[in-house]
Design a protein around this ligand. Structure first.
Ligand code: CTP
Ligand SMILES: C[C@](O)(CO)[C@H](O)COP(=O)(O)O
Length: 233
């Protein structure tokens, strides 16, 4: 049996830094909610993938009409992003094979391009570990002294911003996440768990406009990015 492609979309966050009063994935972006925009991009790139959408069990904003995938299921969001992803992997495991590829993509990143998505998949399809979209740090990096002043300027050489999607084989990713959680390792993305398991995920250079909508000003930026992308992509 050939390996299948699964998409896991963590969408169970509360959007506290956005401060909109309800989760940012339901804020309108370019005529429809952020969640619908993100799923549309993923569907454009991978129309026959299987989707698992992590939703807060108390979510009363979600509308299934926003899901363009024929084959999809929902899983329960957890306390942290990593818990939502672990729940999703547990939910798909009975239907999936250990070496099926899983791409995990934040619902809060609607500006990822079809080209980056397909390049990521091509780059990791035969990679023994897997990898992630990322971009080299372009600014000078400062470390603060904890009191609003600069302590040091850090070297940015070799530093990358980690984006999503991040893609790994189901078996490797599940083991890595569960081990990391059991050992108390801080897991802010899938790659950090895979790294803690002793592997080196591949960095796939992606576009810098793969913005994660986090703060209020990001929503307008994302709308501009999507409009600009429509002109040229
Ligand atoms: N318990 C959680 C927390 C986050 N996420 C998802 O993980 C992604 C990245 O998280 P982040 O940008 O931090 O989103 P929020 O948790 O919503 O934001 P905040 O931290 O400001 O509350 C988002 O797509 C978010 O919906 C999730 O599925 N489950
Ligand atoms: C996974 C992630 O998008 C990589 O940059 C990011 O870490 C998720 O955001 P959070 O604020 O750390 O939950």
């Amino acid at each position: 049996m050939s390996t299948r492609l699964w998409l896991v979309v963590p969408a169970a966050g509360q959007g506290r830094r956005m401060g909109a009063g309800h989760p940012k994935q339901y804020l309108p972006l370019v005529g429809r909610p952020v969640l619908a925009c993100t799923l549309a991009r993923l569907h454009q790139a991978f129309p026959s993938a299987r989707l698992c959408l992590c939703l807060d069990p108390d979510d009363d904003h979600f509308d299934p009409a926003w899901v363009p995938f024929a084959d999809w299921r929902r899983s329960a969001g957890g306390a942290e992003r990593v818990d939502s992803v672990v729940n999703a992997l547990d939910a798909i495991a009975p239907e999936a094979a250990e070496d099926d590829l899983v791409l995990v993509h934040d619902v809060a990143r609607p500006c990822v391009t079809v080209d980056d998505l397909t390049r990521l998949l091509a780059a990791i399809a035969d990679d023994p570990v897997g990898g992630l979209l990322a971009a080299p740090v372009a600014d000078t990096m400062k470390r603060d002294d904890g009191d609003g002043r600069v302590r040091t300027t850090e070297s940015r050489e070799g530093l990358w911003h980690a984006f999503t999607p991040q893609g790994f084989r189901l078996g490797l990713l599940r083991r890595a996440l569960n081990d990391a959680l059991a050992r108390g390792v801080a897991v802010t993305d899938e790659a950090s768990a895979v790294e803690a398991a002793g592997y080196s995920p591949r960095l796939i250079s992606g576009r810098r406009d793969n913005l994660k909508i986090t703060h209020p000003e990001d929503l307008a930026l994302a709308a501009l990015i999507l409009s600009a992308q429509q002109q040229v992509l």
